[in-house]
Design a protein around this ligand. Structure first.
Ligand code: SF4
Length: 454
């Protein structure tokens, strides 16, 4: 009987990185590891890092030093660091973080069990073999780190776009798409495990299949979705990270026909001003965005739109920011994530002139956040009095007097939620909630019935 070993996982960064963490959990579980919440109890301290922007790297280093203190108290513990920060900085990290026993690059993560088993102090501690070419697949084990009823399906790895501020292609490599067959096998396994909400994720979802031999750009995502709809009964499919100029009419029409593809689109615009978008290396301008939003609202009138905006990019003027504020005011988007530009060492934009002062960046960030908070509060009022299907997450993080869940228009971890003040339900239940109140980011309401699974 394999001895129960305990590991503590910290998974940083995006949902794509969490899928890698879940793969490593699956691999380690086969080796007899179970996951514990308290690092003090664990013999293996595992951190899967993010490394694409400086604040993420700082967060990872802080976490590593925090966990190194547990190792100081108990030298038998192993501190293992994986992920994008290792992929990006590799050797430098070895010098800067001697507390760490083993550094593992993205492509070597699937070998984590044997790398840990065969490692002895004094042995080389960095396992990283050049640019990443790894592509996960359904044959690799996966232990979900999310609640059982929701998960992500990572349909590609890497990215062929070349946005001037972004280090992801350098860290994750060029675009690699998984086959439809392989994705169906994984989706069915997730359905078996009780998944009701499956988010399709990638660096650029619309690029799915562009690397397939003889493929026509853009149709493959529609083909994949049709197969997922036919071959599973998963009630909710959510689409995240679409590239603005590659959202096809075919995709919107399929969404209009198929309510199991949620009326929700996450499409990072990054900015709206043509000169800024050109310097960012984005393949569209303001007019394209105006047309896209009009097209989506024509084909999918009640679709929730999420985007991300970046302020303070080199060369951004007050006039550019005014344009951004004006567009947000006119477009009334449901969810907007706002970021301040960070000059990333190794990115093209890091050498651009006309850098924007930190103070001005912060002022512009606050202006956009303030405007969008008003817009969010306003767009949420449209749900008051309506009956919405809600996926129950469980007891509210705010108080155990309330349950919380999400409507079809609220993605996990990044959008607001529904605070349920009447009725009972279990995590993973789909219920119908009558919305009675709207706050800046959250809704409030009571359960009126069980929802049909569709
Ligand atoms: S689309 Fe652009 S920002 Fe997104 S991962 Fe690719 S290069 Fe980076």
């Amino acid at each position: 009987m394999t001895m129960q070993k305990k590991l503590h996982l910290t998974s940083l960064g995006c949902a794509k990185n969490l899928v890698d963490s879940e793969m490593m959990l699956g691999v380690l579980e086969l080796e007899g590891y179970t996951t514990v919440e308290d690092p003090a109890e664990a013999e293996l301290l595992l951190i899967n890092t993010c490394g694409f922007i400086r604040p993420a790297v700082e967060e990872a280093v802080d976490k590593i030093l925090e966990l190194a203190e547990y190792k100081e108290k108990d030298p038998n513990k192993k501190l293992v660091v994986t992920g994008c920060m290792v992929q990006r900085y590799g050797k430098e990290l070895q010098e800067e973080l001697p507390e760490v026993d083993i550094f593992i690059g993205i492509d070597e993560e699937k070998e984590i069990s044997s790398l840990i088993k065969n490692w002895v102090p004094g042995n080389p501690s960095l396992f990283l073999d050049g640019p990443s070419t790894f592509l996960t697949d359904s044959q690799l084990p996966r232990r979900l780190a999310t609640p059982f009823f929701r998960s992500s399906l990572k349909i590609t790895e890497g990215c062929d776009n070349r946005c001037t501020y972004c280090m992801i292609p350098t860290i994750r490599g060029g675009l690699r798409s998984r086959s439809v067959q392989d994705l169906l096998i994984e989706a069915k396994a997730l359905e078996q495990a009780g998944v009701k909400e499956l988010s399709l994720i990638a660096q650029d979802l619309t690029a799915y299949g562009d690397d397939f031999d003889g493929s026509e750009a853009g149709d493959n995502l529609v083909w994949l979705l049709n197969q997922l709809l036919v071959q599973t009964d998963i009630p909710w499919f959510r689409l995240l990270y679409l590239y603005p100029s590659s959202v096809s009419e075919g995709l919107l029409e399929l969404m209009a026909e198929q309510p199991r593809i949620l009326p929700y689109l996450d499409i990072p615009f990054q900015h709206v001003s043509d000169p800024v978008l050109q310097r960012m290396g984005r393949r569209y301008g303001q007019q394209d965005l105006e047309q896209l939003i009009a097209q989506i609202r024509r084909v999918l009138p009640n679709c929730a739109l999420r985007t991300t905006m970046m302020v303070g990019f080199p060369g951004e003027t007050e006039e550019d920011l005014e344009k951004l504020l004006d567009c947000l005011q006119r477009w009334q988007l449901d969810h907007v994530g706002v970021f301040s530009y960070e000059a990333e060492q190794g990115s093209l934009a890091a050498d651009f002139s006309d850098k924007v002062d930190k103070e001005i960046q912060e002022k512009r960030f606050a202006q956009v956040m303030e405007l969008q908070a008003k817009i969010s509060a306003n767009t949420l009022t449209q749900y008051v009095g309506k009956k919405e299907v809600v996926l129950v997450e469980g007891v509210s993080k705010e108080t155990d007097l309330l349950l919380e869940g999400r409507t079809r228009y609220q993605a996990p971890d990044i959008d607001g939620c529904v605070l349920i003040n009447d009725g009972t339900a279990d995590p993973g239940d789909l219920v119908t909630v009558e919305i009675t109140e709207a706050h800046i980011y959250d809704l409030v309401g009571g359960i009126i019935s069980r929802a049909q699974n569709k």
